[in-house]
Design a protein around this ligand. Structure first.
Ligand SMILES: [Zn+2]
Length: 256
C-alpha cells in the first residue's frame, strides 16, 4: 500500500477523525483510511483489465437494451441488500449481453461502497490453474489455488460451464460450489448456457431456451451436471438476461 506523503488534514495521519455531536466528542474511522482500504480491496479483487471500467451506473439499459432494465435493477437491489440477504446471483444470457459487466459492477459497489472483500475468477482460467498445480514442477498446490476461491467473501465465477465437461471438471465444480454453500458464502455466477436440465428430454422453459437448444445442444445441466445445477438454484437467484431482449427482436422481425 502506498503511504501518502501528505498528512491527512482530517485525522493528521492517525486514521481517526474527531466527530462531535453536541457536547459529545468522539472519533470515527477517517475517510482517508476507508479510501485506502477500498483501493487495497479493489486491487485484490482481480478484476480483468477489460472489465475495469464496468459499473452499475454505466450499464446500458435503454433503447435497444431496454429488456435489460430489470436485470440491472436486480443487480442494484442485490448490492443494496447485501449482507442482509446473502443469496447469490446466477446471471444467464448469451455472449455480449452484459452479464460480466453487471457482476463486476456489483462487486465494485460492494468494495467501494461497503468495504467487502470480493474476488473475480474466470472459470476456465481457474480450472487451468488447478490442472497446472498437478504438475510437479509447479509450486502451487491444488489447495493453494482453491483456498482464495473457497474463502472469498463474495466470489464472481465468470462463464460457468465454458470448459469442456469431464468427470474431473464436474468434481471440481462440485467441490467449489459445495464448499461455498456449506460455508454460507455468496457466489455470483455468469453463464452463457441456458439454465435448463441436461441431456433429458425435458422441454426448455423459455423462448430463449428453445432457440438456444436449436443452435447448440448444451444446457447448463449438460455442462456442470444436474446435481450442481440444483445446488446453484439453492445458492442463487436467477436473472435471465436476454429472454425479453430476444423476444423483442423476434417480435419486430416477425412484423417486418
Ligand atoms: Zn485521514
Amino acid at each position: 500500500m502506498k503511504v501518502s506523503a501528505e498528512v491527512c488534514p482530517l485525522c493528521e495521519g492517525t486514521g481517526w477523525k474527531p466527530v462531535s455531536k453536541g457536547s459529545d466528542q468522539r472519533v470515527a474511522r477517517c475517510d482517508c483510511r476507508r479510501r485506502a482500504r477500498s483501493q487495497t480491496l479493489l486491487g485484490a479483487a482481480n478484476i480483468p483489465k477489460r472489465y475495469e471500467h464496468c459499473e452499475l451506473s454505466n450499464f446500458e439499459f435503454d433503447g435497444p437494451h431496454s429488456g435489460l432494465a430489470s436485470s440491472r435493477m436486480a443487480a442494484c437491489r442485490f448490492a443494496e441488500e447485501y449482507p442482509l440477504d446473502k443469496t447469490g446471483l446466477l446471471l444467464v444470457g448469451s455472449i455480449g449481453v452484459g452479464k460480466t459487466h453487471l457482476a463486476v459492477g456489483i462487486i465494485k459497489e460492494l468494495i467501494l461502497g461497503k468495504g467487502f472483500a470480493c474476488l473475480f475468477c474466470d472459470y476456465r482460467e481457474l480450472l487451468k490453474q488447478i490442472q497446472n498445480s498437478y504438475n510437479a514442477s509447479v509450486q502451487a498446490t491444488e489447495l493453494e489455488v482453491l483456498r482464495p476461491i473457497f474463502d472469498a467473501e463474495i466470489l464472481v465465477l465468470d462463464e460457468l460451464g465454458a470448459a469442456k465437461p469431464t468427470e474431473w471438471v464436474a468434481d471440481t465444480v462440485g467441490l467449489i460450489l459445495n464448499t461455498r454453500y456449506n460455508d454460507n458464502r455468496t457466489t455470483i455466477i455468469t453463464t452463457n448456457y441456458p439454465d435448463d436440465p441436461g441431456e433429458s428430454m425435458a422441454p426448455p422453459t423459455s423462448d430463449f431456451g428453445r432457440a438456444q437448444r436449436a443452435l447448440r445442444k448444451d444446457t447448463l445441466g449438460d455442462r456442470i451436471g444436474e446435481r450442481m445445477r440444483s445446488r446453484l438454484h439453492e445458492m442463487c437467484r436467477i436473472i435471465r438476461m436476454d429472454g425479453e431482449d430476444f423476444r423483442q427482436k423476434f417480435r419486430s422481425a416477425s412484423f417486418r
